[in-house]
Design a protein around this ligand. Structure first.
Ligand SMILES: Nc1ncnc2c1ncn2[C@@H]1O[C@H](COP(=O)(O)OP(=O)(O)OP(=O)(O)O)[C@@H](O)[C@H]1O
Ligand SMILES: [Mg+2]
Length: 589
């Protein structure tokens, strides 16, 4: 029960429900078990009549009374059963809710490196499947365990008082029942898990086929896709049929074992009746007890298997909950930030990589300056952007803002000063307005319009069916690559950031729009710091200075004019792009 002890804090929190559940269970069982003696008395009064010791009318009234008592107690015990389930299962739902919230909150605090290590499926499973297994422990498993203990104590003490020998014979087959159910249930669980996996493979496949439908159709892969689906679906079917087989065996086995015990009671009890130690009524009563006990006892096998699974699941959840972010701030400083960004001998090696993405880089952007970073693919440009937003911490070296190391600043506070436009655009399936407003809580309509204008989006949006209320993504329209990039820029600009970081976010925009956006940025970013990463040198025009990156090292640094004069890497890149432009023009002519 190691990992499950984590849940004790929640059990403590809901101790009221647990206690009430316990009381309801006691009442449910006490009222449920009264039927035993009533059955005995009814049968015994019949026997007395048959023996001619009592008249029929008298016996009838007695049996009627017993019948009414049975009816009444059954009803009352039913009411308690209702409350028992309502409180304990209700409690498990509340804990499930709390636990999910706790996990999600924790997820949000974990750094990017965590998300690199664990795939989305895994993250989703822990918050859904695993929590569900845990809930089965908190709800049904705890409920049936409490029930079993109470029922056992009450029933067995009544039985022993009536006849110890017969009690022994009644309970001997019960452990067999537990073991059988345990192994059958284990097999059912294992199969169910396989089926679940098969099903999730199937859904992943279908989902991918739908989202990649453009590629799929243009490569005429429909037939292949159908065949693949067919074989996966077939695998699922076979597994499901296998489970049905075991499931079908489950109940006959239980009924057989209960039947065996009943035979035992009649056989052993019959002998005692003949000897005169017990009455016919006692046999009937014992059969009732056996039936009362067998299902809860059988559930012990089921509970054990459920608790085992819950333990594994909680273990997995704990593993995540015990991962803590390294991106914390000891001092949590919150000074007003001007935006003088400085890298000192910064080296970064990604956790799963052998080479260094950045090698001892130093540079400074003064507050109010614009710095451009150019370089080949994989030279480390995006890495600089991540570091500047403190999505990662450098392996060595320091990054500071206004002379204060980033590590000393409160992370949320620092990020509220930054506006980051990542290289890969991600927009939410929501309206354009909501996507832009994402950058700033409670942004006004004017602010949204302004940000869209600065990002060169206004004209485009005017042509959309519902302007700013147009829904994007799966449920709505698909934007062009350049439009997406500009929504992403507007989302950053609405924050009015002191530090703007654009990671190659004008790559899909035509040069004319690029010029327009850069023109806006020039006004917006006056007195603020900008870091512009680009492949295209046309985006660099605006910058005060340029850094040329190659294999994680700074190769050249200076103004555009200075670097052109120098005739190095930058000059070669520049010439190549000019030539490309000219050839393009010539092709059109
Ligand atoms: N999360 C990561 N884990 C491991 N290696 C990474 C990770 N991200 C980037 N890299 C590696 O670090 C190096 C620098 O990557 P980076 O994304 O910074 O390049 P870039 O200059 O932005 O390239 P591009 O122009 O293509 O965007 C590359 O060799 C890349 O493979
Ligand atoms: Mg990049």
């Amino acid at each position: 029960m190691g990992s499950l002890s984590y849940l004790n804090k929640y059990l403590y929190k809901y101790r009221g429900s647990l206690l009430m559940g316990l009381l309801f269970t006691i009442f449910y069982n006490v009222f449920g078990v009264i039927q035993g003696p009533m059955i005995r008395k009814s049968i015994d009064s019949l026997s007395v009549v048959l023996a001619g010791e009592k008249n029929v009318a008298e016996a009838n009234t007695q049996i009627l009374i017993y019948g009414l008592v049975i009816l009444g107690t059954t009803l009352i015990s039913g009411v308690f059963l209702y409350f028992q389930r309502k409180t304990i299962i209700g409690m498990s739902r509340m804990i499930e809710y709390d636990l999910k919230n706790e996990i999600y909150k924790h997820y949000q605090q974990l750094p990017l490196s965590f998300y690199r290590k664990n795939n989305t499926g895994d993250l989703m499973n822990r918050i859904s499947e695993d929590v569900n297994h845990v809930r089965n422990y908190l709800g049904p498993a705890i409920m049936y365990s409490i029930n079993l203990v109470i029922l056992f104590v009450i029933t067995i003490s009544i039985m022993i008082e009536v006849n110890p020998t017969l009690t022994l014979y009644t309970i001997i087959p019960l452990p067999l029942l537990v073991i059988t159910i345990y192994s059958v249930h284990n097999r059912i669980s294992a199969r169910s898990e396989e089926i679940q996996k098969s099903l999730s493979n199937l859904s992943t496949f279908v989902q991918e086929a739908f989202s990649g439908i453009r590629v799929l159709k243009s490569y005429s892969r429909e037939k292949k896709s159908i065949d693949q689906f067919h074989s996966m679906s077939n695998e699922y079917k076979d597994k499901a049929l296998g489970l049905t087989l075991i499931n079908s065996l489950f109940f006959p086995i239980i009924l057989f074992l209960i039947g065996m015990s009943t035979v035992m009671i009649i056989w052993v009890g019959g002998k005692q009746v003949i000897d005169g130690t017990i009455t016919n009524g006692n046999i009937a009563e014992f059969i009732f007890y056996l039936n009362k006990l067998s299902w809860p006892v059988a559930s012990l096998g089921w509970i054990t298997s459920m608790v085992r699974r819950a333990e594994v699941s909680q273990g997995r959840i704990n593993e995540f909950l015990n991962t803590h972010t390294s991106l914390s701030s000891d001092e949590g400083l919150m000074p007003t930030i001007k935006g003088n960004l400085r890298f000192d001998n910064v080296t970064l090696q990604y956790a799963n990589s052998k080479t260094k993405a950045l090698k001892s880089i130093s540079f400074e952007i003064k507050a109010g300056e614009t710095l451009a970073i150019v370089g080949n693919t994989g030279s480390g440009k995006s890495t600089i952007a991540y570091l500047a937003c403190r999505l990662y911490d450098p392996t060595s070296g320091t990054i500071s803002v206004d002379g204060i190391p980033l590590k000393s600043l409160d992370l949320q506070y620092y990020r509220s000063y930054t506006g980051f436009v990542p290289q890969e655009v991600f927009l939410f399936s929501d309206t354009i307005r909501a996507n832009i407003q994402f950058g700033k809580d409670h942004a006004t309509e004017e602010e949204v319009l302004m940000a869209a204008k600065q990002a060169g989006l206004s004209d485009n949006i005017a042509h959309f069916p519902e302007q700013y209320d147009t829904i994007l993504g799966e449920r709505g329209i698909t934007l062009s690559g350049g439009q997406k990039q500009r929504v992403s820029i507007a989302r950053a600009l609405i924050r009015n950031p002191q530090l703007l970081i654009l990671d190659d976010c004008l790559s899909a925009v035509d040069t004319q729009t690029e010029d327009e956006i850069l023109g806006h940025l020039k006004t917006v970013m006056r007195n603020k710091t900008s870091l512009i990463i680009s492949h295209r040198l046309s985006s660099v025009k605006l910058a005060n200075r340029v850094i040329v990156l190659e294999n994680g090292e700074i190769k050249e640094e200076g103004t555009h004019e200075h670097l052109i004069q120098k005739g190095g890497i930058y000059f070669q890149m520049y010439q190549k792009q000019i030539v490309d432009k000219q050839t393009n023009v010539q092709e059109y002519l």
